[in-house]
Design a protein around this ligand. Structure first.
Ligand code: DC
Length: 218
């Protein structure tokens, strides 16, 4: 079974995807990681994020071990890493270089330890529209910008990171704008995606709704 979960930042995609992949014994592919790896590598190499050629070169040579190494860097999930990922993900040549790797995962999905899985939960922006247009179930998880910014702000505080809510909100607005207005695979729900607005829902409520959709498919 292939499930795609797309939507804007901090809508709850990651939390839901991880719980679902564990419950239904499916592999999990966080596609944002590949863009974060390219963006962070650009920052660490001192490249201008707008340099499409340099970013595409990094994307073409990106290996799984390199991505895992970058994923433990303190800026991988910081606002620096988020901003860099969002900027490089708008480059057509970067997306083209990372397409096959993401599509191929559905052909031979594996768990983190390398053992084969019977399917995959994809988490991203274009997984239902571009990566897996034939997925068994497509979800688009969203929430209001203010609520997503508040969730991200609380995550920072929980991690002991000093944050300013208004700055988090402005960053969220800028990232939404870049992710949804870019010409390369802009963020939008697939025509056959089920849209879930989690603004007024807790994780359990979202999960029961999604699980009933999956169980109906099974
Ligand atoms: O899901 P995330 O916050 O880790 O994603 C980081 C950035 O990567 C996001 O702002 C846009 C980009 N991205 C993308 O363009 N396509 C995807 N499938 C996943 C992420």
């Amino acid at each position: 079974m292939i499930i795609t979960i797309d939507g804007p930042a901090a809508a709850g995609k990651g939390t839901i995807s991880k719980i679902l992949s564990a419950k239904y014994k499916l592999a999990y592919f966080d596609t944002g990681m590949v863009y974060r790896a390219v963006g962070l590598q650009m920052v660490l190499s001192g490249e201008d994020l707008q340099n499409q050629e340099a970013a595409a070169k990094i994307a073409q040579n990106l290996t799984f071990p390199q991505m895992m190494e970058l994923s433990v860097h303190p800026d991988f999930r910081s606002d620096i890493g988020s901003h860099a990922a969002s900027v490089v993900s708008a480059h057509h040549d970067v997306r083209a270089a990372l397409l096959k790797m993401q599509k191929d995962f559905a052909l031979n999905p594996v768990f983190a330890d390398g053992t084969p899985a019977n399917g995959v939960v994809y988490d991203g922006r274009d997984t239902g529209t571009v990566i897996c247009p034939n997925a068994d179930l497509k979800l688009f998880i969203t929430a209001s910008t203010e609520i997503r910014a508040m969730r991200r702000y609380k995550e920072f505080l929980e991690k002991g990171v000093t944050a300013d809510y208004n700055k988090v909100l402005q960053d969220m607005i800028a990232r939404d704008e870049r992710d949804s207005k870019r010409s390369a695979a802009p963020l939008k729900p697939a025509d056959d995606a089920i849209i879930i607005d989690t603004s007024e829902m807790d994780v359990q409520t979202v999960l029961s709704k999604v699980m009933s959709l999956i169980d109906a498919k099974l």
